[in-house]
Design a protein around this ligand. Structure first.
Ligand SMILES: Cc1cc2nc3c(=O)[nH]c(=O)nc-3n(C[C@H](O)[C@H](O)[C@H](O)COP(=O)(O)OP(=O)(O)OC[C@H]3O[C@@H](n4cnc5c(N)ncnc54)[C@H](O)[C@@H]3O)c2cc1C
Length: 322
């Protein structure tokens, strides 16, 4: 039997983060047995859901796992990993697992953690590739320390594992957790403010990047969006400038979208944005710089000033709609 690759499932409020399936896809690509590890107070429904795509599921149950805490997850996973020695442990890079659990679990296991990988492989142990120096270089990194080695995977970098007709076996285990020593207590959650459009559901998305230059130009893109019957979205700098709500951000620390049509205006095509949109059916890019990386992903590209294109598109569409 091939080596086990453990993929830590991310979930909240009983809902599985669908990108967890990308970890299972990465595990299969590594040639391993794709094992989903789910920690929860009641992991049964999630375990069942995961079993359709995983070769095996380890469901770790404890009351203290009702909310995610790095200490709780580390106490649940570390002893089992020490005992069973999986070939590698994977988790999603963004959100709480990669950021809070990854470093803690790696230190408990005294092993190496490669973060933000866009590709994984073996070379006398686990190796991972990640973009560095403003994505100008691809670094190949090797996890040092005793196995099992760990890696966090960039969202969108791996194809999700496909569902199988024969569900993976589910192993139910009671986690041994000292609830008093977690060092962390979740007091509650506040939903982030989101705009009126749900960009993950939209079939057409018009995206404003930093190139829009100001709030007024970003807002003026709403008319094009309306005429196309789509949703307005943005890159992260636009959110950081305060021109758009955080719920409109596409990318590794925002949302993943797969619209039928993506129109990016003043978007450079940084990988952190691209991982959230590259599965779009048709990608159109407008950028005044012909060397902008977004053109590598675009089906149609316009090297032009976005304001000019925006105005002409709106005029043409208004005319077409009468
Ligand atoms: C941990 C981490 C997480 C991140 N997460 C995300 C994320 O989720 N989403 C995200 O988007 N980014 C994310 N980023 C930021 C990312 O690295 C890039 O900085 C960002 O995507 C760039 O956004 P942009 O394309 O709008 O801006 P820029 O890279 O500044 O590009 C602006 C583009 O506009 C063009 N332009 C300027 N004026 C015009 C004009 N008048 N007409 C036409 N074109 C014009 C320029 O040629 C340029 O290509 C993250 C970064 C880090 C470190």
């Amino acid at each position: 039997m091939s080596v086990e690759i453990w993929c830590i499932a991310e979930h909240r409020g009983g809902v599985l983060d669908a990108d967890t399936l990308q970890l299972l896809g990465a595990a299969r690509k590594l040639g391993g047995t794709a094992v989903a590890v789910v920690c929860a107070a009641d992991p049964a429904p999630l375990a069942e859901q995961l079993s359709t795509s995983a070769d095996k599921v380890i469901a770790l149950r404890h009351e203290a796992l009702s909310d995610f805490t790095p200490g709780g997850y580390a106490q649940a996973i570390a002893p089992l990993a020490r005992e069973r020695q999986p070939g590698a442990i994977l988790m999603l890079h963004s959100h709480f697992l990669g950021r809070d659990l990854g470093p803690l679990l790696a230190s408990r296991l005294e092993t190496g953690l490669i973060s933000d990988c866009t590709e994984l492989g073996w070379d006398e142990g686990l190796v991972g590739w990640r973009l560095v120096y403003r994505r100008k270089l691809l670094a190949k990194q090797k996890a040092a320390g005793a196995p099992p080695h760990m890696a966090t995977c960039q969202r969108g970098a791996f194809m999700p594992a496909e569902a199988s007709d024969s569900p993976g076996e589910i192993e139910n285990l009671e986690a041994a957790i000292e609830a008093d020593s977690l060092g962390w207590k979740v007091l509650g959650f506040e939903e982030a403010e989101v705009g009126d459009e749900d960009i993950t559901e939209a079939e057409v998305i018009v995206v404003g990047g930093r190139g829009v230059g100001d709030q007024e130009t970003f807002d003026s893109m709403r008319e094009l969006t309306k005429l196309l019957g789509g949703a307005l979205a943005s890159t992260r700098p636009v959110v950081d400038q305060g021109w758009a709500d955080r719920g409109l951000q596409i990318g590794s620390s925002g949302k993943t979208v797969r619209p039928r049509l993506y129109i990016g205006m003043g978007v450079s095509g940084a990988i952190q944005h691209v991982v959230g949109m590259r599965e779009s059916d048709v990608i159109v890019a407008v950028n005044k710089d012909a060397r902008a990386p977004i053109f590598e992903y675009a089906d149609y590209g316009m090297v032009a000033d976005l304001k000019e294109i925006l105005q002409r598109l709106v005029e043409q569409l208004r005319e077409m709609r009468g």
